[in-house]
Design a protein around this ligand. Structure first.
Ligand SMILES: [Zn+2]
Length: 281
């Protein structure tokens, strides 16, 4: 018993040390393969809940196009280290009233048809997908879970009392999707990586801000609709994120464009022809 208490203390102590010294990387109690397993568990759970996460059953060429033309393109960036470790995959959720996208740990990325209908360029979509890939790649969700559940995990490990902790945590967190609520610093981190990944593609690298600019310009961002409430609950601070992205562009010596630009590296016509118009049918 005494040994257990000492071990517990040492373990808790090391968690404090690791989490306070680790900076933005952060200490993570999950292994990469546990991130993948957790993501698969949650995605299996989502399939059983078609009321909340209806799988898109329209024209299958839309998903294929987004996957091949945009998602896989971003994944070719050499800055994505877990390409062959994580199960990077894109799925569409058939919900026209939700302006959102999210990534599960381990690389499953979900995008709502509401967001696809709202955006107007491949670059804007690439910006969002780069951002979501960064959440998975940088393991923001399991880092947050580590902070929250850390002590409980250690206790369980020491006492050997909770063999199915990951499954338990997955089901707890799934209720209300609490783990999707990203912190401001995670959002900033993900925007920065989206910018970095897109630099390695044919898309305009600042495009992660296009979604926010469009929302700002049409007043969506200040409205009280459910659409935006859902979005803001998982992606805080859109206006500040525009300014941050402009700073990054300036710092890298890249011309500042906004979502209204018609330049070729936004791929607006392609987006309309292959995604937006097909969704409206
Ligand atoms: Zn985010």
């Amino acid at each position: 018993m005494k040994t257990n208490i000492i071990n517990l203390f040492l373990s808790l102590f090391s968690v404090v040390i690791l989490s306070s010294c680790s900076g933005s990387g952060g200490f993570n109690m999950f292994s990469d393969s546990e991130d993948v397993k957790l993501g698969h568990d949650v995605s299996a759970e989502m399939l059983t809940n078609q009321a909340e996460f209806p799988v898109f059953r329209g024209d299958p060429s839309i998903r294929t196009y987004i996957d091949q033309r945009i998602f896989q393109q971003i994944l070719t960036s050499p800055k994505i280290a877990k390409r062959s470790v994580y199960d990077y995959k894109i799925e569409l959720i058939a919900d026209d009233n939700t302006l959102n996208a999210f990534a599960l740990p381990g690389g499953n990325v979900y995008i709502y048809t509401g967001l696809l209908k709202y955006l107007d360029s491949e670059a804007a979509l690439a910006g969002v997908l780069g951002h979501e890939i960064a959440h998975a790649e940088k393991r923001h969700a399991t880092q947050r879970m580590t902070k929250y559940y850390g002590a409980q995990f250690l206790l369980g490990m020491l006492l050997g009392s909770q063999p199915n902790q990951i499954a338990e945590v997955a089901s707890n967190l799934f209720v209300g999707l609490a783990f999707l609520a990203n912190s401001r610093s995670d959002e900033d981190d993900a925007d920065n990586y989206s910018f970095e990944y897109l630099k390695d593609t044919r898309f305009y690298p600042g495009a992660v801000k296009f979604f926010f600019e469009e929302m700002r310009d049409d007043g969506t961002v200040s409205s009280k609709s459910n659409k935006v409430a859902t979005f803001l609950s998982t992606h805080p601070d859109p206006v500040n994120r525009i300014a941050k992205t402009n700073q990054r562009l300036q710092g890298a010596g890249i011309v500042i464009k906004d979502w209204k630009s018609n330049d070729a590296n936004l791929f607006k016509n392609e987006y309309a022809a292959n995604i937006k118009n097909k969704l409206s049918k």
